[in-house]
Design a protein around this ligand. Structure first.
Ligand code: SAM
Length: 283
């Protein structure tokens, strides 16, 4: 549903994408919808207040985030019957590694108008920077923090014939790149950082070379990791496998460590156990 920018908004839900760094990336339509919304559901009112200040408006805001969403959603759905409710996240496109999908689902179920105002999304922006195939891509958001769950999540996508997109934080970046090299093979990859901000950077290389670079100097700022599809990817290097076994044995007995690395790499568990025992003896 497209409405003229100066008319009152039809009641319903408006999903509004906001900048991921450079405030000039807010589209005129997004600004107009925010300025006319009866209420804006926000992750953090301080962040959205700055954006509203930039467009010279003040609107009522209500928090909508992972900790209160279930409680406040029914009230928002009810209000959509008579009011225009906008949903924003702190940065980028709502619902993409951010809250909102249940709000859209319930708004649809209640028969309300649901409109999206498309705009910045870090995953797509990074994909355009990486110089890796864009014909098929698979977005995974943030990998789990726990080692086992992370290795499982990587193993699950090892055979996917697509470019992979992950969100990641600076302190975890080097370890994640090393785990990706082990689980996926040493593929071509890119680390896109601080997109649309002053220090925007996109560094390309193999997963292992990027892991080495960021191990020495953990980066600051917001990060997207892009990994090329399998195909020309080299099998995991012996050194990467050793590193994975050594790391796993800091948490697990050798047999379990071998099992975890076998799952991540597809290599035979028995061979990995033998290697784990050798590494243990050498330690
Ligand atoms: N909904 C947002 C979107 O559309 O991109 C993503 C929200 S998610 C909670 C935040 C993550 O997105 C950050 O931790 C980072 O991985 C990535 N991100 C956000 N802004 C970024 C930027 N300017 N440069 C690189 N990555 C960014």
């Amino acid at each position: 549903m497209i409405q003229p920018l100066d008319e009152a908004l039809t009641p319903g839900l408006y999903i509004v994408a906001t900048p991921i760094g450079n405030l000039s990336d807010l589209s005129p339509r997004a600004a107009s919808v925010l300025a006319r919304a009866d209420l804006i559901a926000v992750e953090d009112s301080r962040v959205t207040a700055k954006l509203l200040q930039r467009i010279g408006t003040k609107r009522p805001m209500t928090p909508y985030h992972d900790h209160n969403a279930d409680k406040v959603r029914p009230g928002l759905i009810e209000r959509m019957g008579s009011q225009a409710i906008a949903l924003v996240s702190d940065a980028g496109t709502p619902l993409i590694s951010d809250p909102g999908f249940k709000l859209v689902r319930d708004a649809r179920a209640a028969g309300h108008v649901v409109t999206t105002i498309p705009g910045p999304c870090a995953a797509i922006a990074a994909l355009t920077l990486a110089g890796l195939p864009t014909d098929r891509f698979f977005f995974l958001g943030f990998l789990p923090a726990k080692e086992k769950a992370k290795a499982d999540a990587i193993a699950e996508v090892a055979a996917v014939r697509a470019t992979l997109i992950f969100y990641e934080s600076g302190p975890r970046l080097a370890a994640t790149l090393a785990q990706l090299a082990v689980g996926l093979g040493d593929r071509e990859a890119a680390v896109a950082r601080e997109i649309s901000k002053t220090f925007e950077q996109c560094v390309t290389g193999t997963l292992s070379s990027l892991a080495e670079r960021y191990e020495e100097a953990p980066p600051k700022g917001e990060i997207v990791v892009i990994v090329g599809p399998p195909g020309e990817a080299a099998a995991p290097q012996a050194a990467d496998i050793d590193a994975a076994l050594i790391e796993a044995m800091t948490r697990l007995p050798a047999a379990k460590a071998a099992g975890e690395v076998a799952k991540a790499t597809g290599l035979p568990r028995r061979d990995l156990y033998t290697r784990a025992m050798t590494l243990k003896d050498e330690a």
